[in-house]
Design a binder for this molecule. Structure first.
Ligand SMILES: Cc1cc2nc3c(=O)[nH]c(=O)nc-3n(C[C@H](O)[C@H](O)[C@H](O)COP(=O)(O)O)c2cc1C
Ligand code: SF4
Length: 339
């Protein structure tokens, strides 16, 4: 009884701290971490799972790799806090294959006797989707998405409640618990700049301020892709007063020297390679977009229909997110050539 009271107090303390810090998940969806943890705490189960998602499969997103290389002990500390917060829990660090190869030993040394398993993912980009991740851990095989709801917080690995947070989110859970959080996040800066890398800077800073501080602000006419490395939004130089959302990527392009059709081809090739062919909208829709990009010509009516169907009927968020970069590239980079 006394033990449960102590547990409840610890739970309340950390969840209150996460709320006060207004920590948002760094896996892409920006979901408030304290709400996720509170919902998870409220689910009644004899056993629960906790997963640090280190799939990091989108091009030009580098931050989880940066944490694994430079601060793995902070990640393990964040997981330890979660294990102490949720009774009878067991954890996984879910890693893309190259990260697994590089960091497994180091992580296992830090983990010691804690109930944490370092798990090697089976697929690529799609493995980072939370239901795919649960299925892969459960079956130890490549997987496809499951229906949502139920969400993993209620029904995840082996049918048990599963808390999934990004590696960077756990990194900041550790900082917040020690009152060391300075409202920063990790930005992956890549593309046409000499100063590529991962930089820890304030969440509230604009893209322009981040590029200036990191010496990456171009002197040429540029645009950026922000948030995700393929699914991110396109912003022109005049729009860089905005903040970065999603997984914190900033990719810099030279506006004069970048052929938008070539850029769009890289995105659609990526989505076609990484999707699982389970549902028709994403499987066929991505192929129809590829055909148009290959022909360097969009049929506005067909394209609008494809986007609508992808956004509204795709089985998982991979398909739903395909239209976003295309919509902004068409509007901002191709406006004068669109049919
Ligand atoms: C196709 C796809 C790939 C994803 N890849 C990742 C990933 O590599 N890492 C990650 O943390 N979240 C990824 N997500 C989001 C996860 O499903 C989940 O929302 C996230 O891990 C939750 O962590 P957070 O609340 O800390 O952001 C992906 C989602 C989709 C649809
Ligand atoms: S949206 Fe794409 S990735 Fe998701 S289930 Fe359908 S085919 Fe697979």
């Amino acid at each position: 009884m006394q033990k449960n009271t102590r547990l409840a107090t610890r739970q309340e303390n950390i969840i209150a701290k996460l709320k006060q810090a207004d920590l948002r998940g760094r896996g892409g969806a920006n979901f408030p971490t304290h709400s996720k943890w509170q919902m998870f705490a409220d689910v009644d189960a004899d056993k629960k799972y906790i997963v640090a998602n280190g799939s990091e499969g989108e091009p030009n997103v580098l931050k989880d790799g940066y944490i694994l290389k430079n601060h793995p002990e902070v990640l393990v500390e964040g997981l330890k806090i979660a294990l102490e917060t949720f009774k009878s829990s067991e954890a996984f660090i879910f890693l893309r294959r190259d990260y697994f190869k590089k960091y497994k030993k180091k992580l296992e040394k830090l983990i010691g006797d804690l109930p944490i398993t370092v798990f090697r993912e089976h697929g690529g980009y799609l493995s980072g989707e939370e239901t795919v991740l649960c299925e892969e851990i459960e079956k130890n095989l490549p997987a496809r998405p499951r229906t949502k709801p139920p969400y993993p917080g209620q029904v995840g690995i082996n049918g048990l409640p599963t808390l999934i947070n990004n590696i960077e989110t756990f990194y900041y859970v550790a900082k917040i618990s020690k009152n060391e959080y300075k409202k920063t996040r990790l930005y992956s800066i890549t593309g046409k700049t000499f100063y590529k890398g991962v930089f820890e800077l304030p969440v509230a800073w604009s893209i322009k301020k981040i590029l200036t501080a990191t010496k990456a602000l171009p002197e040429f006419d540029y645009f950026v892709q922000v948030g995700g490395g393929a699914s991110g939004d396109i912003l022109l130089a005049s729009e860089t007063t905005q903040q970065v959302s999603g997984s914190g990527a900033i990719i810099i392009y030279d506006k004069e020297q970048t052929d938008p059709w070539v850029l769009m081809r890289t995105w659609i090739d990526f989505f076609m390679n990484e999707n699982c062919d389970k549902c028709t909208p994403c499987r066929e829709g991505s192929y129809r977009i590829l055909e148009m990009v290959r022909d360097r010509q969009f049929d506005k009516k067909v394209l609008d229909d494809l986007f609508f169907v992808l956004e509204n009927t795709s089985y998982c968020a991979l398909g739903k997110s395909i239209p976003l970069p295309f919509k902004s590239a068409i509007k901002k980079l191709l406006a004068h050539t669109r049919n």
